[in-house]
Design a binder for this molecule. Structure first.
Ligand code: SAM
Length: 305
């Protein structure tokens, strides 16, 4: 395709290609984070394969898009993949989305992408949000080399072995973790990677977006008695970036201290609807008293402004 066709003012964009699978990235919390191309792809495709059709229906409704939906999730991937291949073979333009972010990244999509390629169909990325890229970019940790490992296994022995294996991987280590296992993960990091700089990126692109930085022990100490809520991406600095450098050039938000001890009920407003207090960039350094004693408790689907 001639790239200038996409950029020349006034020139119509080329239509979607028949028999192509489009992997369309969707917002990770903030509905504005969707590209013009993603919207056009969703508008012009023949069918949308979605991880959760109800969730995607809300996104489509927000943008006034009406399109047949097909459920495609981890447990029907095999069956649905062959149906999608049949549709591609008959010339349909199929868009695949997941609940959030980029399909295939710790989400369904990879299997059907591979099957489509093996069957000779075109597969295109319609790039956009991806939680770990957003987290890494704003983490302050090295981005020149990183290792994305997605979710750790749930079983203790397997997690431990995986963390020990990942300890020796060069660059920044990036993990996805459920809020129910963040505390456990910090405990494991205290044992396996105690001197590393850790960044907890929480609720990215949403109202209570927050970055917490520190050693595993300091982050653990700062969260005693708190309930972890929301979505977390965990970044672990490389072994040659000691956690003692955490404070260099990163200003802690003093307002985080003012929030200490306050908990918000999920889905309700923030206690102080003051913009300045909402975005916290909290350092929890070394053995010093943690800044921002409040644990990361607030969560809501509201976007950041
Ligand atoms: N495909 C998605 C992507 O491109 O990032 C990831 C899907 S995976 C099932 C969901 C995990 O991504 C969450 O458990 C969390 O670890 C991370 N995540 C998703 N949204 C996030 C957000 N707004 N802030 C921080 N982490 C997020």
């Amino acid at each position: 395709m001639d790239a200038t066709a996409l950029t020349s003012p006034g020139k119509p964009l080329p239509p979607l290609e028949a028999g192509t699978l489009y992997l369309v990235a969707t917002p990770i919390g903030n509905l504005e984070d969707i590209t013009l191309r993603a919207l056009r792809t969703l508008r012009e495709c023949d069918v949308i394969a979605a991880e959760d059709t109800r969730h995607t229906a809300q996104l489509l409704h927000h943008y006034g898009i009406q399109k047949p939906l097909l459920s495609y999730f981890r447990f029907n991937e095999a069956r649905r993949s062959s149906e999608i291949l049949q549709r591609l073979a008959s010339g349909e333009r199929v868009a695949l989305v997941t609940d959030a972010g980029t399909p295939g990244i710790s989400d369904p999509g990879q299997r059907v992408a591979r099957a489509a390629l093996e069957a000779g169909h075109a597969v295109e990325s319609v790039p956009g949000p991806c939680a770990f890229v957003a987290a890494l970019a704003a983490s302050g940790l090295p981005t020149d080399e990183f290792h994305f490992a997605g979710f750790l296994p749930h079983k203790s022995g397997q997690r431990r072995r995986e963390l020990e294996r990942l300890r020796d991987v060069p660059g920044t280590l990036v993990l996805y973790e459920s809020p129910y296992r963040i505390e456990r993960l910090l405990g494991e990091l205290v044992e396996v990677m105690p001197a590393r700089e850790v960044v907890l990126a929480r609720e990215l692109t949403k109202r209570f977006e927050e970055f917490r930085r520190g050693t595993p022990a300091a982050l653990q100490a700062a969260s005693v008695g708190k309930t972890w809520k929301g979505e977390f991406t965990v970044l672990i600095g490389p072994a040659d970036l000691p956690a003692t450098r955490v404070g260099a050039g990163i200003a802690a938000d003093a307002d985080a201290d003012a929030d200490a001890g306050e908990e918000d009920v999920e889905g309700e407003g923030h206690p102080e609807a003051d913009e300045a207090t909402e975005r916290r960039d909290t350092e929890v350094e070394g053995d010093s008293k943690p800044r921002g004693g409040a644990g990361p408790t607030e969560t809501t689907d509201e976007p950041r402004p």
